[in-house]
Design a protein around this ligand. Structure first.
Ligand code: NAI
Length: 337
């Protein structure tokens, strides 16, 4: 009892922590953006919610603003310096702007369209919210995160502790799909997912769960479903987009964890795609692994822990692909600054 009281007091009197945050969402009127805006409106740490989109953000903002939580909500379009107003002084900027997949497309097929959208939003972050924690949802995450990093480096505002690729949907899917196989409650089936956020770069560490002895056919099918689960949604939506509702839930969970970290809460850990020392020596600049989030963003990047031989192989394959995906983002910014 005493320890929990002292934890609460430590939180309340921490010198760096606050409990009032401005969160900006770019792409707020989209399939992900709308439910994500709602979920962030429900977060009590958010006192100022700024919704930016090329179209219809004021409408989404007016709608969400009627939800009775203690925050203001404003919507902005590109006119009247809307982006500057939306981003200025934001503590967290969440970016789900861009186009989603259609059946038959990989996330990499989105590169040509989304790369320039993310590049331009990164320039705006550098200018108007240089201290913000940036959560990148726009695909392909394995390349869009390096794009943001390159832009911020070129502007002199890159802080590797505050740039995150959101891979949380892979984590949620892993819990859900594993629980379906073993017949348990997904709330109690945490799964660590490492690597990146596309197909074979998504590596669920099932050997670190209580179900490391799944029969090979079930294990292989489960890993495949986790890696390509997004395709189920793309196919079911049949041309109308990709995961939006589950992604909004995943994005809100991740952004809420970032806020919990900023507020000085203890033991906030999420897997996320960050500038990581884990495999830099092998040329992999960004990698997703469990990260403890703190008042300055990344507090500690955790190693992968013990892996099965199948997982070792998957990580090796993921690294090869990630090197290419990351280089593609870096080269894009060099060629199109
Ligand atoms: P959507 O097309 O429904 O919404 C995208 C929104 O972005 C639109 O409202 C559009 O007007 C806006 N937009 C486009 N350019 C913009 C700009 N320059 N500034 C501000 N807003 C801009 O797409 P949806 O389904 O919301 O997906 C968004 C992105 O999220 C896609 O790239 C998709 O691949 C990605 N995604 C990522 C996931 C992840 O796990 N990280 C999971 C699912 C989707």
């Amino acid at each position: 009892m005493l320890s929990s009281i002292s934890k609460v007091s430590a939180r309340q009197f921490s010198s760096t922590a606050s409990s009032a945050y401005k969160v900006a969402i770019a792409g707020a009127a989209g399939g992900i953006g709308q439910p994500l805006s709602l979920l962030m409106k429900l977060n009590h740490k958010v006192t100022d919610l700024a919704l930016y989109d090329l179209r219809n953000a004021p409408g989404v903002a007016a709608d969400v603003s009627h939800v009775p939580t203690n925050s203001t909500v404003k919507g902005y379009g590109p006119e009247d310096d809307g982006l500057a107003q939306a981003f200025s002084n934001a503590d967290v900027v969440i970016i789900p702007a861009g186009v989603p997949r259609k059946p038959g497309m990989t996330r990499d097929d989105l590169f040509n369209t989304n790369a320039s959208i993310v590049r331009d939003l990164a320039k705006a972050v550098a200018e108007y919210a240089p201290n913000a924690a940036i959560c990148v949802i726009s695909n392909p995450v394995n390349s869009t995160v390096p794009i943001v990093a390159e832009v911020l480096k070129s502007k002199g505002t890159y802080n590797p502790k505050k740039l995150f690729g959101v891979t949380t949907l892979d984590v949620l899917r892993s819990s859900r799909f594993l629980s379906e196989v073993v017949g348990t409650d997904p709330n109690h089936e945490p799964v660590t997912v490492v690597g990146g956020h596309s197909g074979i770069t998504i590596v669920p560490l099932l050997s670190q769960t209580n179900h490391k002895d799944l029969p090979k056919d079930k294990y292989d099918a489960l890993v495949h479903r986790i890696q390509f689960g997004g395709d189920e949604v793309v196919q079911a939506k049949n041309g109308a987009g990709s995961a939006t509702l589950s992604m909004a839930q995943a994005g809100a969970r991740f952004a809420s964890s970032v806020l919990n970290g900023l507020a000085g809460e203890a033991d906030v850990v999420e897997p996320t795609f960050v500038d990581s020392p884990l495999f830099k020596a092998e040329g992999v600049e960004f990698f997703s692994s469990p990260v403890t989030l703190g008042t300055e963003g990344v507090k500690k990047i955790h190693a992968l822990g013990s892996l099965s031989s199948a997982e070792e192989e998957m990580v090796a394959t993921a690294k090869e692909t990630l090197i290419k995906n990351i280089a593609k983002g870096v080269e894009f910014v060099k060629a199109n600054p």
